[in-house]
Design a protein around this ligand. Structure first.
Ligand SMILES: [Fe+2]
Length: 355
């Protein structure tokens, strides 16, 4: 069944990447590779994955012995958290990816690695996407966090530096997140869940045998912590609950709105100053245009008036005043936006995540 026009229309930025999963077309070898991958990982994850991940595996009935069927998983996932797996053709540009997250549609690849690269694929495959990511989407707070993250990023698509910063929140949570549960370090990031090598390395930190430095989750630190995709992580951030990252995504959005409103206010103020100056110049020009050569100026008394009359054509007082009024309205709107952002932030602080 092809992707429908309605599905493409609902996701205009991602439309050209949408495909259908052809589950019956998977070969016996592909099912066997999936089975091998899940078998190798589950032994470790039963002990070291966080409780929410293991619950998600159960809730969504993700099968260990055959390739996942998106339509079947969606019948269990969508009624629970509103999320769905949506098949995509592969790598997507940021804005298309964020559009899908904001719509609670998880862009999911349909291909699986070959048997000779069971341990590592440079590009995410269906094992990373479904086995690594999807069980957490059944958790309501994590589900809300991920959508919020998509919305924040969608508003930043014109600002690569800001996207890079906020991308670190995704990296240190969704991809490489760890959580403390019952005094133990547990895994929830998909890059850890789906990789034996990455998990072994991280779990060494728990036994005091090397591994990354584990710090308490801190939004400012996370946003400022650069990472290399190609290396084992030197530092990871442990959360105590998923509410922490839910609140962090809202805090990131609040800061962004406040920053935008402040910048709009400053720009409007600068424009108002420019126009006030222009209005003064125009007033002087109009005065100058009325001067008669040889007569005394009513302001300064001079009988010489070099060049003043010509300036009057450039800008009339009425035009300048209209512009000043428009700018004042813009300043007011910016102030209102700032007040709204501040109020929203205050509400976000007191609101508890949906359970
Ligand atoms: Fe991932």
């Amino acid at each position: 069944m092809p992707v429908t026009e309605a599905e493409r229309t609902a996701l205009p930025l991602a439309a050209s990447y949408l495909i259908q999963q052809d589950w019956p077309a998977y070969s016996a070898e592909q099912h066997a590779i999936w089975s091998e991958l899940t078998r190798r990982r589950m032994a470790q994850l039963q002990e070291h994955a966080c409780a929410e991940y293991l619950e998600g595996m159960d809730t969504l009935q993700i099968q260990l012995d055959q390739m996942p069927d998106f339509a079947r998983i969606n019948t269990l996932l969508t009624p629970r958290t509103g999320w769905q797996l949506t098949a995509v053709s592969g790598f997507m540009p940021g804005e298309a990816f964020f559009e899908m997250l904001a719509a609670r549609q998880f862009p999911t690849t349909t291909w699986i690695r070959s048997r000779d690269s069971l341990d590592y694929t440079p590009e995410p495959d269906i094992f990373h996407d479904v086995f690594g990511h999807v069980p957490m989407h059944a958790h309501p707070v994590f589900a809300d966090f991920l959508q919020q993250y998509g919305e924040v990023c969608l508003g930043l698509t014109g600002s690569p530096e800001k996207l890079e910063r906020i991308g670190r929140l995704f990296w240190y949570t969704v991809e490489f997140g760890v959580i403390r549960q019952n005094g133990r370090l547990k895994l929830y990031g998909s890059g850890l869940i789906s990789s034996h090598g990455e998990s072994n390395y991280v779990l060494r930190a728990e036994s005091g045998d090397g591994g990354p430095e584990i710090r308490d989750f801190n939004l400012d630190q996370v946003l400022g912590q650069e990472f290399l995709v190609s290396e084992m992580q030197k530092v990871l951030y442990a959360i105590d609950s998923f509410e922490q990252i839910y609140e962090a995504a809202h805090e990131a959005e609040r800061r962004q709105k406040e920053f935008d409103a402040q910048r709009a206010g400053l720009e409007a103020e600068a424009a108002e100053n420019d126009l006030t100056r222009a209005r003064r110049d125009a007033a002087a020009a109009e005065l100058a245009s009325a001067l008669v050569p040889g007569d005394a100026c009513p302001v300064c008394g001079s009988r010489e008036h070099p060049g003043g009359a010509h300036q009057a054509k450039a800008l009339t007082i009425a035009m300048a005043e209209r512009a000043v009024a428009a700018t004042k309205r813009a300043v007011k709107a910016a102030e209102q936006a700032l007040a709204d952002a501040t109020r929203a932030a205050a509400m976000a602080c007191v609101a508890s995540p949906k359970m």
